[in-house]
Design a protein around this ligand. Structure first.
Ligand code: CP
Ligand code: NVA
Length: 338
């Protein structure tokens, strides 16, 4: 189903579950019809404010009930195919454990897509066997092509453009620690990448102020920034982009950083280390944020480069809460879309 023709409301062209849901869980309300059922989660950019809030709400409820054995929302046989072009710890384990906990199971596939057979054909095969696809790809277009060719929901597990599951888990963490996120200030320091794109769009959608500090030539793409500004007009979020990391971090409620060299950019690593050195999240930079500011990182961290041990292991760090919430946020997504 292509993004352009896909209606925001219930997607009639997507088949419903292959296996019947058990529906016995106190969380069975997520089985009710809503606009996310059957929808591809290719990026935050394709989700409405009510869909984003529904995912965050269900994620919180799943976490609250995490020891409840009746979390099995799926009937036996519900299957997710997980396609990985790049390595992973968190995404792989949380999607697989999440499917198991919901009563289904996941199949792990590794390798570059489009080499042995076309991406379109992979999508057309998988839709005949499984109820959903999670894909971690180099090119965002690969996720979009899978979504266009597979009549089951496709979830982006990281592409070069977005990392929507990460951003949703991060905002779940922000809500847990800070309560109401409207009007909070999140500072993002470093490379404008897949993670910062999804955070920026989510902050702009939900009304969280977002201040970015990036070196010249490493800022977000104009199309992403313009889209975020449009969303911010509605939500009231204040978006700023500066070069000086101290300016972005000033008075922040959360300070976020990510690697300077993302997967696929390894050839630029040495050059990037020099350019990004002033953007390290260390004790001196953190002093400019509020005293109780959260320290956030999607992990894996390159300790001593974008973040120091002192900060990532310090009292303000919530990086492992973020990692835990990948599980709950993705279970919410899967329970809602599959
Ligand atoms: N944050 C994240 O996506 O981690 P992995 O690369 O280990 O999946
Ligand atoms: N920006 C990083 C995130 C890893 C989870 C990358 O794409 O490698």
């Amino acid at each position: 189903m292509s993004l352009t023709t896909k209606p925001l409301a219930l997607n009639m062209n997507k088949p419903q579950r292959m296996a019947k849901p058990s529906g016995t869980s106190p969380l069975a309300f997520v089985l009710e019809e809503h606009s996310l059922r059957g929808k591809d989660i290719t990026g935050i950019e394709n989700l409405s404010i009510s869909e984003l809030n529904l995912i965050l709400d269900v994620a919180a409820k799943l976490k609250e009930n995490k020891f409840d054995e009746t979390q099995t929302l799926f009937g036996k046989g519900q299957t997710l195919a997980m396609l990985f072009e790049k390595p992973s710890l968190r995404t792989r384990v949380t999607f697989e454990a999440g499917m198991t906990q919901l009563g289904g199971h996941a199949i792990y596939l590794e390798g570059k897509l489009g080499e042995r057979e076309s991406v379109n054909d992979i999508g057309k095969n998988l839709e005949r066997w499984v109820d959903g696809i999670m894909a971690r790809t180099f090119e965002h277009e690969t996720v979009v092509a899978l979504a266009a060719n597979a009549n089951v929901p496709v979830i982006n597990g990281l592409s070069n453009k977005e990392h929507p599951c990460q951003a949703l888990a991060d905002f779940q963490t922000l809500i847990e620690h800070k309560g109401n996120i409207k009007g909070l200030k999140m500072a993002y320091v470093g490379d404008a990448n897949n993670v910062s794109n999804s955070l920026l769009l989510l902050a702009a959608s939900l009304g969280t102020d977002f201040a970015m500090a990036c070196p010249h030539k490493y800022e977000p793409q104009a199309s992403i920034w313009m889209k975020a500004l449009e969303l911010a007009k509605i939500s009231g979020a204040n978006l700023t982009l500066v070069e000086d990391p101290k300016l972005a971090v000033e008075g922040a409620d959360a300070v976020y950083t990510d690697v300077w060299t993302s997967m696929g950019q390894e050839a630029e690593a040495k050059e990037r280390e020099k350019i990004f050195a002033p953007y390290q999240l260390n004790g001196n930079l953190l002093k400019h944020a509020k005293e109780d500011a959260l320290v956030m990182h999607c992990l894996p961290a390159h300790r001593g480069l974008e973040i120091t041990d002192e900060v990532i292991d310090g009292p303000n760090s919530v990086v492992f809460d973020q990692a835990e919430n990948r599980l709950h946020a993705q279970k919410a997504i899967m329970a809602l879309v599959l």
